[in-house]
Design a protein around this ligand. Structure first.
Ligand SMILES: [Zn+2]
Length: 146
């Protein structure tokens, strides 16, 4: 805002923005697919805000709808799924290469090594997003003693 000489129009625009923000907070959110929001790293409630800051760190909350992300905790889940998926792909490919081409061992090492690292980096963030979105949709929380 420009201080003492705020134009009436800009004051009005400010009010409208506040009302819109309020509406976002109070409206009931349509149910979103945890796949659609999670794979893109978007907020599982509104689909607009971002889930991550940096590569794998959750933001404290959604910048668009204010959903609190502090309960998100996928633990080792993403790593487990990444290992399972990448393992099957890399081993399958290595077997196929061996049967089809019988390449020297350094080719196996090169292909399997770079594929394992590349695929893992590619998959871990979307998988973490999907797991967090599933957690939100299913309202899963850490068990607590009362
Ligand atoms: Zn949101």
């Amino acid at each position: 805002m420009s201080g003492a000489h705020a134009h009436p129009i800009s004051a009005l625009a400010f009010d409208i923005r506040e009302v819109e923000e309020h509406e976002i907070l109070v409206q009931t959110f349509e149910r979103r697919s945890p796949m659609a929001t999670g794979l893109r790293g978007r907020c599982p409630r509104c689909g607009q805000g971002h889930m991550f800051q940096g590569f794998l760190t959750f933001r404290p909350s959604c910048e668009a709808c204010g959903l609190d992300y502090s309960g998100f905790n996928s633990g080792d889940g993403p790593a487990f799924f990444v290992m399972s998926i990448v393992g099957v792909i890399v081993v399958g490919l290595a077997l196929w290469m061996e049967i089809a081409y019988e390449p020297p061992i350094w080719v196996h090492a090169l292909v399997a090594g770079s594929l394992t690292i590349g695929l893992s980096l590619l998959l871990v963030r979307p998988l973490k997003g999907v797991l967090a979105a599933l957690q939100f949709v299913n309202k899963a929380e850490q068990g607590r003693f009362r």
